[in-house]
Ligand binder design. Structure first.
Ligand SMILES: O=C(O)[C@H]1O[C@H](OP(=O)(O)OP(=O)(O)OC[C@H]2O[C@@H](n3ccc(=O)[nH]c3=O)[C@H](O)[C@@H]2O)[C@H](O)[C@@H](O)[C@H]1O
Length: 457
């Protein structure tokens, strides 16, 4: 029988060659992944730079505010680069911001702190010596540069705003590890009634899932904070009794926004019941004022009137004017502080209920509904421009025809008394608007024109 050919040499050579191929391909792989890594970093930095320099769009900012726009962009870049959390510097900032400056001051986590109500409430708390730490995800629902400008103002007054999302549970837990918050003022939400038809999921993510994330962390915290949070007048939905009182039915929401806020009220009940969290829901009624939200009618009507664009005024299906209980921001902020000051402590700790806890809900409105047509007349007078109006039937998009708050409960429990009528509040808003967007001189000219009898359309 022939002996098998000696393959030991070829086998060794083959093994050696295959080893070399493996080494080379590993080297190639590591070289290419190294290259890929560097390219990713470079592209990310370029994208970040591009985004920073191009957002907000130049057209959104008036020419006179170009230096502040550069400032806003740079501060955006610095926040973007420092958004990671957990280092000693970050902890120091967080602790410092949340520490009260007065004896028995509160230590409040304000969610949505770069938002309209959130920034005003944070100022007010800070001003009276409470510790305030902000949290905001700076989403793009409306002009982010406005949120950044509010953040800059807060920073100048010693309020630090952490950039992060409610659904980032590790971040929330970390904040509660660093600071024993006495209170949470939870204002972060997906706002807007009509936008809910365009992006329904964003309402579920913020107003339901985000609220639950916060409550989960709060119920496990030791001490548990007392929580005051923003519900909405929209929960009254198709309710026909007026003025709206907290005892009226709220089981007929007209929009998904309203449904998520109503869900929030039910979720609050559950966490109060199981974990002893002290919870207070505030039903805000169409809050307006300086540093407001550009998606709201009074804000974009002002912009459109000044630009000579036609505005749509809604009327009801039975041809009546729609009306709102427009509530001025300072009144609402006083209501928020009153609710915080009268909130009792949560009774649980470390996720366990130790006794019954406070559960409240209040209307924060103005008690004086104004037709939207009247709102537009006031703006026309303040701006010195006649609006181009287009009266249309209210689209079936979740809007309700009318809101009117009964605020006696908030009056009784924490002295809530709205004091600002719409004409006074809008004057303050317009003053801020023309200053912020650098169009004071344009409005002065328009007003002179209208006083001189010329038609400034
Ligand atoms: O109280 C609330 O809980 C809610 O208040 C606010 O909702 P709304 O009261 O609907 O305010 P807003 O949109 O400013 O419309 C004002 C009026 O202008 C009418 N309206 C509106 C748009 C338009 O093009 N034409 C028009 O007539 C419109 O029919 C309405 O009558 C908040 O946005 C919401 O986030 C929530 O907080």
């Amino acid at each position: 029988m022939a002996s098998p050919p000696d393959t030991s040499k070829t086998t060794k050579l083959e093994r050696y060659n295959s080893y070399l191929r493996r080494v080379n391909s590993t080297k190639l792989l590591s070289a290419s992944s190294n290259l890929l890594f560097r390219a990713t970093i470079l592209i990310s930095l370029l994208l970040l730079l591009f985004f920073t320099l191009n957002y907000p769009p130049l057209s959104d900012l008036s020419s006179s505010s170009s230096s502040s726009s550069t400032h806003r962009r740079l501060s955006f870049l610095s926040s973007a680069l420092s958004s990671s959390f957990g280092g000693p510097t970050w902890e120091r900032q967080v602790r410092h911001s949340a520490t009260p400056r007065r004896p028995s001051g509160l230590s409040v986590l304000v969610t949505g702190a770069a938002g309209f109500v959130g920034s005003h409430a944070s100022f007010a708390l800070r001003k009276r010596g409470d510790g305030v730490l902000g949290l905001d995800n700076f989403n793009h629902y409306y002009d982010v540069s406005l949120k950044r400008a509010r953040q800059d103002l807060l920073r100048a007054r010693g309020v630090h705003v952490v950039e992060g999302d409610l659904n980032d549970s590790p971040l929330l837990s970390r904040l509660f590890d660093v600071v024993p918050f006495t209170h949470v003022l939870h204002l972060a939400a997906q706002a807007g009634v009509r936008f809910a038809m365009k992006n329904p999921q964003s309402y579920v993510a913020s107003n339901v899932a985000g609220f639950i994330s916060l409550l989960e962390v709060a119920k496990s915290a030791d001490p548990q904070p007392a929580i005051v949070w923003a519900s909405s007048s929209s929960v009254y939905g198709l309710n026909r009794q007026s003025p709206f009182s907290e005892a009226h039915r709220t089981d007929q929401p007209a929009s998904l926004y309203a449904a998520t806020k109503k869900a929030g009220e039910e979720i609050a009940h559950t966490y109060n019941h199981i974990y002893g969290l002290s919870l207070t829901g505030l039903r805000f009624f169409t809050v307006y004022g300086p540093w407001g939200r550009p998606d709201m009618a009074y804000f974009f009507f002002t912009k459109d009137i000044l630009q000579g664009k036609t505005i749509s005024l809604f009327k009801t299906q039975d041809d009546k004017e729609v009306a709102r209980d427009f509530t001025y921001i300072d009144d609402v902020v006083r209501g928020c502080l009153g609710a915080l000051d009268t909130a009792e402590k949560s009774t649980g700790s470390g996720g366990k209920k130790r006794g019954p806890a406070q559960l409240r809900v209040y209307n924060l409105g103005n008690t004086s509904p104004v037709p939207v047509g009247r709102l537009v007349s006031i703006l026309e007078g303040l701006l010195g421009v006649k609006a181009k109006k287009h009266i249309v039937r209210m689209p079936r998009n979740g809007d309700v025809p009318y809101t009117h708050a009964n605020v006696s409960l908030a009056g009784r429990d924490f002295g809530y008394r709205p004091t600002t009528d719409l004409a006074v509040g809008l004057r303050k808003f317009v003053k801020w608007y023309v200053g912020y967007y650098g169009i004071q001189s344009k409005v002065n000219k328009l007003q002179e024109g209208s006083r001189g009898g010329s038609d400034s359309k």
